[in-house]
Design a protein around this ligand. Structure first.
Ligand code: GLU
Length: 297
């Protein structure tokens, strides 16, 4: 995890700010009403008329956000400290703050790839921020704010693997991905000679790769870079991204008022997006621009 903690120089941050970053990353932690523990400015007196989701959040007095917790750099929960970190976690905290909910008023809920649409439809989560690609098929079931990040499908293999250098080398090999994900679907539909294994979570695929049960893990390159950087002695990312994955914030279907409010936050955020990126995924050294969000439909 050194990749994600280096570069945040103590000289540039006061002890207070460091403490507040640690607290805000805890999600459900922090002292109620302690706005000092928030990394993002918490908006006051927010009203969004015509948003059933915002009405629910208001009457609950908290916002429930679906996330991943096994994806270093994006959505990760440190098992020992309980601290959550990553680009998606910070995007979620930023969105919540813009609605008037600081870190002490966020309940993060882990939801796997295959369960996202149902979790939003059931109202188990108010928003979902977790490497969730915007697709037409999903748009029939949920609404999206974004894109807020663009990546593409890639490959993770064992460090000593010399036979898989790109997606062209996968015939006859066993590839693992998460159930209900777009990369799994792409392999099943477009790579008929590839054997497929699937699990609920990508971390289970990574374990299977380390045990030699599968030859490669495939999903978004941004996710795979996180796993490789956690274990660079054993894992490496190979090839170039071979699809385009545009990440959106999932909302209950048809909540256009909330979609518009969050799209405005993303659009008018100034340098907020870049700061979040630089402190999380950007630690790998890659520079990218914030994508322009689509209009809400
Ligand atoms: N972005 C892809 C998807 O939404 C893969 C990552 C994931 O499963 O969250 O299906």
């Amino acid at each position: 995890m050194a990749r994600f903690s280096k570069g945040r120089s103590a000289a540039t941050l006061s002890i207070l700010a460091v403490a507040s970053l640690a607290l805000s990353a805890c999600g459900g932690g922090g002292t109620p009403g302690d706005s000092g523990s928030n990394k993002f400015e918490v908006a006051k007196d927010v009203s969004i008329s015509g948003s059933p989701t915002f009405d629910k959040i208001k009457s609950a007095g908290k916002i429930i956000i679906g996330v991943k917790e096994d994806q270093p750099g994006l959505g990760y929960k440190n098992a020992a400290s309980g601290e959550r970190s990553g680009f998606d976690i910070e995007i979620a905290q930023w969105m919540a703050a813009s609605l008037g909910y600081g870190s002490d008023k966020i309940e993060f809920k882990p939801v796997d790839s295959a369960a996202r649409e149902q979790a939003l439809a059931n109202g188990d989560v108010n928003l979902y921020v977790g490497t969730y690609s915007i697709t037409d098929k999903r748009k029939a079931l949920v609404s999206f704010v974004g894109p807020y990040f663009v990546t593409g499908q890639g490959l993770l293999v064992a460090k000593d693997n010399t036979t898989i250098n790109s997606e062209k080398d996968l015939d006859g090999k066993t590839v693992c991905s998460a159930t209900g994900s777009t990369p799994l679907q792409n392999i099943q539909q477009n790579f008929p000679k590839v054997k497929v294994t699937s699990f609920d979570k990508y971390s289970q695929c990574v374990d299977a790769l380390k045990n030699g049960q599968v030859d490669a893990v495939t999903t978004d390159q941004a996710i795979l870079i996180g796993y490789a950087s956690q274990d660079p002695e054993k894992l490496k990312v190979v090839g170039e991204p071979f699809t385009t994955e545009k990440y959106g914030i999932g909302l209950p279907k048809g909540d256009t008022a909330l979609c518009q409010a969050l799209t405005k936050t993303l659009t008018d955020g100034g340098s907020t997006w870049t700061k979040i990126y630089d402190e999380t995924l950007g630690k790998s050294g890659t520079k990218v621009e914030q994508p322009t969000p689509d209009a809400c439909s």
